[in-house]
Design a protein around this ligand. Structure first.
Ligand SMILES: *[C@@H]1O[C@H](CO)[C@@H](O)[C@H](O)[C@H]1NC(C)=O
Ligand SMILES: *[C@@H]1O[C@H](CO)[C@@H](O)[C@H](O)[C@H]1NC(C)=O
Ligand SMILES: *[C@@H]1O[C@H](CO)[C@@H](O)[C@H](O)[C@H]1NC(C)=O
Ligand SMILES: *[C@@H]1O[C@H](CO)[C@@H](O)[C@H](O)[C@H]1NC(C)=O
Ligand SMILES: *[C@@H]1O[C@H](CO)[C@@H](O)[C@H](O)[C@H]1NC(C)=O
Length: 346
């Protein structure tokens, strides 16, 4: 019995390696990176995240992101020839899309599970054991890593703000719309505001900032509370990348461990709540730092070499699959997706 299974797996693998699995429509004359090459990876998105679709006209991965040989489609007629079929978690668990389990699944095709939510907000994933071959999420151990943002090297010297303390009028700022007492961040906020002034904006305090006002407002603060609502491995959102870094305030972070932050951000560019024995100590530190211009400005030295890149478009995340397609493991199954997600979570 075992031998049969082994031989079967081996033959599927050999089939995957040595046959050109039908890769669909191949036009004769070529004008772009898709129809100029037979070496195209086809990514099929089964259902648009949050039911909001974007244009896939032309060679989108090349036109928008300079990623070649990557065909991104959303028409299900591509199913039999797609190399990867991507399922966004939200619509799966809410039943708005169903896995195409009734169709024969091409032997070399990979099914990908995609989510940007922290595990607590992904719903029940037990029904999806043994289904997916790859994960697309912000976790650093995902097959395709899609962070909320990252620092990328600057191409050229750019003019840097010389006096980073200019125009600053608030010590600590926080923008929060979903305030819940049970969140760890709320406890830290309440302790902190007993030590230093904290200016709060957002829906919770009915001082909503328009998207145009967000960064200019934060730029007038020395520190920004980049506090995640869920504490979970690698879960670092635009609160750090956009609000704090792009706003020009030093981030005070609360979220995953210091190690997780150090893996993606220079250690002298942010302040982690865990670095202090108490919130009171943190408050005192912030006050002293704001008064020491030289030391404060050292938190901005990263800007000489790095700039922030935000990821907001699903098409970019999907096109990224093609960059790594050839280095994916030949054979992989998430036999317990739920356990994988819950693993190593603080
Ligand atoms: C096939 O595509 C991969 C990745 O897109 C590329 O690295 C490789 O050079 C291509 N091979 C040929 C023969 O075009
Ligand atoms: C999804 O969006 C399409 C087009 O906007 C709309 O026709 C359809 O009713 C939506 N479906 C759901 C379940 O919201
Ligand atoms: C090549 O692909 C582009 C978009 O993907 C399409 O507009 C064009 O017609 C194709 N060329 C041919 C000759 O089919
Ligand atoms: C300070 O504010 C002035 C006027 O609003 C603006 O022109 C200037 O660029 C700001 N400087 C910094 C460093 O943000
Ligand atoms: C993908 O997962 C399916 C279902 O577990 C499995 O049969 C198939 O061999 C896997 N394919 C790859 C390329 O890992």
């Amino acid at each position: 019995m075992k031998k049969h299974i082994f031989l079967f797996s081996l033959s599927v693998l050999l089939l995957c390696l040595f046959t050109e699995w039908p890769r669909g429509f191949q036009p004769l004359t070529a004008i772009n990176s898709i129809n100029s090459s037979e070496n195209v990876t086809t990514i099929l998105l089964w259902y648009w995240p949050f039911n909001k679709s974007y244009s896939l006209k032309g060679d989108v991965c090349w036109d928008l992101y300079r990623i070649p040989h990557c065909r991104l489609v959303d028409q299900r007629s591509w199913f039999s020839s797609a190399d990867v079929v991507v399922f966004h978690n939200r619509e799966l668990v809410e039943g708005r899309q169903k896995l195409p389990l009734d169709f024969p699944r091409p032997p070399c095709q990979r099914w990908a599970w995609m989510s940007l939510e922290a595990p607590a907000h992904n719903g029940n994933l037990r029904p999806y054991a043994g289904i997916f071959n790859m994960t697309i999420t912000y976790r650093r151990d995902a097959d395709i890593i899609v962070p909320y943002g990252e620092l990328i090297p600057k191409e050229a010297e750019e003019h840097l703000v010389e006096d980073v303390t200019l125009n600053k009028s608030s010590l600590v700022c926080w923008v929060v719309s979903n305030y819940q007492r049970r969140h760890k961040r709320s406890q830290v906020y309440n302790e902190l505001k007993a030590v230093v002034p904290v200016k709060v904006y957002g829906r919770w305090t009915k001082t909503h900032l328009t998207s145009g006002a967000l960064l200019p407002t934060i730029s007038r603060c020395y520190f920004y509370l980049a506090f995640e609502n869920t504490i979970s491995k690698d879960y670092i959102t635009e609160k750090l990348w956009r609000n704090a870094y792009q706003g020009g305030a030093v981030p005070v972070v609360l979220g995953p461990s210091l190690t997780d932050y150090n893996a993606v951000a220079p250690s002298n560019s942010f302040i982690h709540v865990d670095q202090f024995a108490s919130v009171k100590d943190l408050g005192k530190f912030l006050q002293e730092l704001a008064e020491d211009k030289k030391r404060y400005s050292e938190y901005f030295t990263w800007e000489q070499r790095w700039k922030v890149k935000l990821y907001t478009d699903w098409r970019e995340r999907l096109c990224k699959i093609c960059l790594q397609y050839n280095s994916l493991p030949q054979q992989k199954v998430y036999s317990d997706l739920e356990a994988w997600l819950k693993a190593n979570n603080e």
